[in-house]
Design a binder for this molecule. Structure first.
Ligand code: ATP
Length: 222
């Protein structure tokens, strides 16, 4: 991946429901920080996730706390409550605008999301505009096909999206890039963890022990 800008001002934004956070998220974050030389990466739990607002969703405060427990002390990775400080549904477009406002123009922003999520990008608010605000990092996920991404980008986002050399991703007409990244593939999902808890089965080693204990103590997902 050839990146030339000032590494000391690269900020990764890793949004999600994190209900709960697991090793799939954590190891990926670590590898993205290292590969892109990010100065900082923020996990951003959605306060009111527009796509996952079932009646039983775990509260924002609990998901935030589990994310904090999982990250612990890390020199570059932290947890942001930015979406909890805003009323209404947690739209990424609004978060991006807010981060830009708070951090200023000289930070290079990298919005991190899984291939599963970007293939459904048309369900996001103002999705085409998202790509005019920052770079994207798209993570492979087991069971999802990279080759579908180009069609989605050109058909739904901007027909001028063009492949970067070496199959490393795409460039948007705005100049921002959409990088494809293969991190250690872990077929772990929060859905499966919730289901295992519901069935009274073990979730040990799928997520940090502190988070497992938090789930048990607070009787989540039962
Ligand atoms: P759920 O099963 O409830 O849909 P999830 O495990 O996919 O949840 P989210 O909080 O929705 O977790 O994910 C946040 C982001 O992390 C998304 O962009 C998703 O694609 C990505 N992600 C989730 N699990 C993994 C994984 N195992 N490896 C890499 N990325 C992941």
């Amino acid at each position: 991946m050839s990146l030339t800008a000032n590494r000391s001002k690269r900020l990764g934004l890793f949004g999600g429901t994190f209900n709960p956070i697991h090793y799939g998220h954590l190891r990926t974050a670590e590898e993205v920080v290292e590969a892109l030389g990010l100065a900082r990466l923020w996990f951003i739990p959605a306060a009111l996730p527009p796509h996952k607002m079932g009646p039983h969703i775990t509260s924002f405060e609990m998901r935030l706390e589990m994310t904090r427990l999982a990250v612990g002390k890390h020199p570059r990775i932290t947890v942001s409550d930015i979406e909890g400080r805003r009323a209404g549904k947690s739209y990424s477009i609004e978060t991006l605008r807010q981060v830009r406002l708070e951090m200023g123009q000289d930070w290079e922003l990298y919005f991190i999301l899984g291939l599963d999520a970007i293939l459904e990008i048309t369900t996001w608010k103002d999705y085409a505009e998202l790509f005019t605000l920052c770079n994207f990092v798209v993570l492979d996920r087991p069971g999802y096909d990279r080759s579908q991404l180009e069609a989605v980008l050109r058909r739904e986002v901007d027909p001028r999206c063009r492949p970067l050399p070496g199959g490393t991703g795409f460039q948007h007409a705005s100049g921002y890039k959409i990088f494809l990244m293969s991190t250690t593939l872990m077929d772990i999902s929060a859905t499966r963890i919730r289901r295992l808890v519901g069935e009274g089965r073990s979730i040990r080693y799928l997520l940090p022990e502190k988070v497992r204990r938090y789930i048990i103590t607070n009787k989540l997902y039962q």
